[in-house]
Design a protein around this ligand. Structure first.
Ligand SMILES: [Zn+2]
Ligand SMILES: [Zn+2]
Ligand SMILES: [Zn+2]
Length: 476
């Protein structure tokens, strides 16, 4: 691989570092999936080859489990599906996604004797499994998965020891990468990318990972279903510097990020932001009025209230009771707004939910105001090229556009576009959508400045024919 090398990164084990300078937005490397599977929960709605969501996919006639866009996808996937197809038929049903992923990885390893790509810097055997750090509950789950795997695998000639299979499950447990659909909006499956596994975590990373499915229309099966990730530089990275990505959302207090990382990835984060508690104060900041802060008791009361309210909001959201979600959000904001600062995490979490739900209910004016305040808070907390910041800014822009606030909409869409050019690159479908929206809002803004009346009638016509913006408003 050009421009990167493996190096011993101290306590973190192996890591990757640059051997030349990388520029902001540069693709550090790309990698195709070693193995990937669609989630159990949506196996009937996503193509098992290209991971596109499909309304009425074509089903594998033999196992009745795998689904595809069409014959082209089915043909492209046969090589990785044929053993799986036989195993599912023999067992009578498909095992869970973890078992399917391990089996796919092992069929691939067998076929290629461990190294699938010339550019592969490591093998599954060499990756860390962290089994020794697992909790008793995790170990119990691991044992169940391994047993299910052995049962699923028994029709194969080559058999593996329980220790070896456990190792592969351990590797997947802390290294698997969640794969989104073709537009990067919904998580649809999970995959394994060995080189990416070598990139260590930092809460304030210098790189980001993005899935780019490539050409979905290519009829040539070799080009068709490239489930490819890109590691992209978020800033200028000098030669000899370690490459890092973040495994968790930065919008948590450092102690909470550390807890999440310990639980899922079994390490203590000692990154600069965690060690220094950088931005923790802003995330918990309270409102000052005339140089006076609210009393400690009042702050505690509001924080406790927020924690409870956010749990209730989540519950109502899961139940699809959006009316209730908005009601609790409003009650919560009434308590929070006089006490918490605009960068406070609890306030931002409520802004996020209420702006999404109001958008969904087409109350765009009010949704836009909450989205604007949310993005302003985010901008003070996130790295300026953070992908989540880019996506949130894009949604806020679309909401403003629907609300008829064209000037603000265009401004937000331009900001989002600048971020996504770095995090997603110019060829990603979302960046292309944004580019189209940027020109459209630019034109509308010009018209608005010339003649407000004409602008409003044109806008109505445009929105009656715009499924794209509705889709982009959905967060997951
Ligand atoms: Zn497909
Ligand atoms: Zn099949
Ligand atoms: Zn950290």
């Amino acid at each position: 691989m050009d421009g990167v090398e493996v190096f011993p990164a101290g306590e973190k084990g192996r890591g990757l570092r640059t051997t030349k300078q990388m520029k902001t937005g540069e693709v550090v490397f790309t990698e195709s999936s070693y193995a990937a599977v669609v989630f159990d929960s949506i196996f009937m709605h996503v193509c098992h080859s290209c991971f596109r969501r499909q309304v009425n996919p074509h089903r594998c006639a033999q196992c009745k489990f795998a689904h595809y866009c069409d014959r082209t996808c089915q043909r492209a996937a046969w090589e990785e599906h044929k053993h799986e197809c036989a195993a599912i038929r023999q067992k009578g049903k498909a095992p869970n996604e973890n078992v399917r992923l391990v089996a796919r990885a092992l069929w691939r390893t067998q076929k290629h004797k461990g190294k699938v790509f010339d550019t592969q810097l490591t093998t599954l055997d060499l990756l860390e499994d962290h089994i020794s750090s697992m909790s008793p509950e995790d170990l119990e789950q691991l044992k169940k998965d391994v047993d299910n795997f052995q049962d699923y695998w028994k029709g194969n000639k080559k058999q593996y020891s329980t220790d070896y299979v456990s190792h592969i499950f351990g590797v997947i447990n802390c290294n698997a990468f969640t794969m989104s659909d073709q537009r990067g909006i919904q998580a649809v499956g999970v995959g394994l990318f060995p080189n990416l596994c070598l990139v260590n975590h930092d809460c304030w990373p210098n790189c980001t990972v993005i899935l780019n499915h490539g050409s979905q229309t290519a009829l040539d099966t070799a080009l068709h279903s490239q489930r490819r990730i890109e590691l992209r530089a978020l800033e200028n990275i000098p030669e000899g510097v370690e490459l890092t990505v973040s495994y968790v959302d930065f919008l948590n207090l450092s102690k909470d990020r550390q807890k999440l990382l310990k639980k899922q990835y079994y390490f203590d984060c000692k990154c600069e932001h965690c060690s220094g508690g950088i931005k923790d104060e802003l995330m918990m900041a309270v409102k000052e009025t005339d140089g006076k802060k609210p009393s400690a008791e009042l702050v505690k009361e509001v924080m406790d209230f927020s924690v409870e309210a956010l749990a209730k909001i989540e519950q109502a959201r899961v139940e699809g009771n959006f009316h209730e979600v908005v009601k609790i959000c409003r009650e919560c904001l009434k308590k929070q707004e006089p006490v918490l600062a605009e960068t406070n995490l609890y306030l931002l979490r409520v802004f996020k939910v209420i702006s999404e739900v109001l958008s969904y209910q087409q109350s765009f004016q009010e949704a836009a105001e909450f989205a604007r305040r949310m993005v302003e808070g985010y901008r003070k907390l996130y790295h300026s090229n953070n992908a989540q910041l880019g996506m949130a800014t894009m949604r806020a822009g679309v909401t403003h556009w629907h609300a008829g606030l064209i000037e603000a909409a265009h401004g937000l869409i331009c900001k989002a576009y600048a971020i996504l050019m770095v995090t997603h690159g110019p060829h990603h479908p979302i960046t292309k959508d944004l580019e189209a929206m940027r020109s459209q809002t630019e034109m509308e803004l010009r018209m608005f400045k010339e003649n407000e009346h004409v602008y409003h009638s044109m806008r109505e016509a445009a929105f009656s024919n715009k499924p794209m913006t509705a889709r982009l408003l959905k967060s997951n």
